[in-house]
Write a protein that binds this ligand. Structure first.
Ligand code: ATP
Ligand code: MG
Length: 444
């Protein structure tokens, strides 16, 4: 019998005492049957939202129009949705109307995939599986509940979900399902970009997101929401495959790293030819970074996410050699930022891993990381904040007025200490500041 935490059994008993049914449904049952850890439970009940409100003191009507309320029970908050039958879908995303039902089986039939349409009674351990979800879990296949054509016509987001589950669970999309997606892919235009993006975020946590991206391409979905990824229409498409490989090779966290891997060369087909030695002309890093900004913006990712992805893409072309002076390494850290610099080396490893087809051995990169680590431990000054003087000091003690001159002098002082950290002393910097200001703004 599947393990159910005691809090959830206690929660279910409140319903059964009053003659209502409560089942765990969806992802929690699917994942438990796959032997995975479960931390997020969705519930379905025969009780209407009003009836649920009568059972508990603290009930928040989070989505009453869909029959969903959130119950605060002990220290937990549980989402409970009344068994329902969906009416017509005219917008290809949400039902126009819903109707409550007292039949669990009817509720399971409105769900997207058979593996998501299994219910578990928390008190008795009984599993309700009228659509053969368990058999599909065993076979490791993605099958729609009923006809794929109907399901995708109703709600086009289900196509993205089918691919996302295929990739995250490492299941096969049944050929019928893939065919139905191909037929209905253009309906994806009706789905909000935010909802697509939420599914993409989950896809990116798969062991191999590439399998999902390849399915997106092969079923025609990619063309609908991210056509920029397959702009090199050669077959096989080298940039597309390289980006997918890099994404698979990159660590899962922080999440923006895999996105940067997916986009790092996306601009190549637009901007860069190769010279006779197979080297790419410079410039694709900037083009790729702007394309990442545009695509992620369109998908309504947060400003912070867009900024951090574009930042890594923009800086990914650094060409480290052992010849780099300490000042060059400090400039590199200063430009990229202490927090991001190791993500940039991780991105480089993913890039080369994708080209070699295995994790690379890169003594140069190891050396660079070692040097960076040492400098950070030794506390080398790297940013304006680390300067031994600040703007106020320059105004009061070097006679520099506030305004653009102040910024320029501070920038030059930063250059000075990146070159030679031993200069980072107040008297020395004030003296240099006076000299810079005289020379640049009051040349005699
Ligand atoms: P996970 O939370 O791991 O991403 P999940 O299956 O729990 O997976 P949710 O989005 O939390 O996914 O949805 C919970 C359940 O609601 C699903 O398992 C499925 O039964 C149903 N469901 C979700 N979205 C849809 C949809 N677009 N169409 C039909 N049923 C859906
Ligand atoms: Mg869930």
């Amino acid at each position: 019998m599947l393990h159910v935490p005691s809090t959830i059994r206690a929660f279910a008993s409140v319903f059964s005492r009053e003659g209502y049914e409560l089942y765990i449904v969806g992802g929690a049952v699917r994942d438990a049957l796959l032997g995975k850890a479960v931390d997020d439970y969705d519930f379905a009940t025969s009780a209407t939202p009003e009836e649920v409100q009568g059972l508990f003191r603290r009930v928040i009507p989070t989505g009453v129009q869909h029959g969903t309320v959130t119950v605060l029970f002990q220290d937990h908050s549980f989402e409970v949705t009344t068994y329902r039958i969906d009416g017509l879908y005219t917008d290809h995303r949400r039902p126009d109307t819903i109707a409550y039902t007292r039949s669990l089986e009817e509720d399971l039939r409105r769900r997207d995939l058979t593996i998501n349409a299994i219910a578990l009674n928390p008190e008795t351990g009984e599993v309700v599986d009228p659509l053969g979800g368990r058999a599909d879990l065993k076979e490791r296949v993605i099958r729609t509940v009923g006809s794929g054509d109907d399901r995708f016509q109703e709600d086009a987001l289900r196509m993205v979900r089918a691919v996302r589950f295929a990739a995250t669970l490492d299941f096969a999309l049944l050929p019928d399902v893939a065919e139905a997606i191909r037929r209905h892919a253009p309906l994806l235009g009706q789905v909000s970009q935010e909802r697509i993006a939420q599914e993409l975020e989950k896809l990116m946590r798969a062991r191999h997101p590439s399998s999902g991206w390849r399915l997106f391409r092969d079923t025609g979905l990619l063309e609908q929401f991210l056509p920029e990824l397959e702009e090199d229409r050669e077959t096989p498409s080298p940039v597309f495959e390289h980006l997918l490989g890099s994404c698979d090779c990159a660590p899962l966290d922080p999440p923006h790293l895999r996105w940067a891997a997916l986009f790092h060369d996306i601009g190549k087909p637009r901007c860069c030819a190769e010279d006779e030695k197979g080297r790419h002309f410079h410039g694709h890093d900037q083009v790729s970074a702007s394309m990442a900004e545009e695509v992620l913006g369109r998908l309504r990712f947060s400003k912070e996410r867009i900024r951090s992805v574009a930042h890594l893409v923009r800086h990914h072309m650094f060409g480290y050699t052992s010849e780099w002076s300490d000042a060059a390494v400090r400039r590199f850290i200063s430009r990229v930022g202490e927090e991001e610099v190791f993500l940039l080396t991780a991105l480089r490893r993913a890039d080369i891993c994708s080209k070699l087809g295995r994790p690379p051995v890169l003594p140069d990169l190891d050396e660079l990381e070692g040097r960076i680590r040492c400098m950070l431990e030794e506390g080398h000054p790297l940013t304006r904040k680390d300067l031994a003087v600040n703007g106020r000091d320059l105004m009061s003690q070097a006679g520099i007025p506030s305004g653009p001159a102040l910024g320029i002098v501070l920038e030059e002082l930063l250059e000075t200490i990146l070159d030679d950290p031993s200069m980072n002393r107040p008297e020395t910097l004030l003296e240099i500041a006076r000299a810079i200001y005289q020379a640049r703004f009051h040349p005699s």
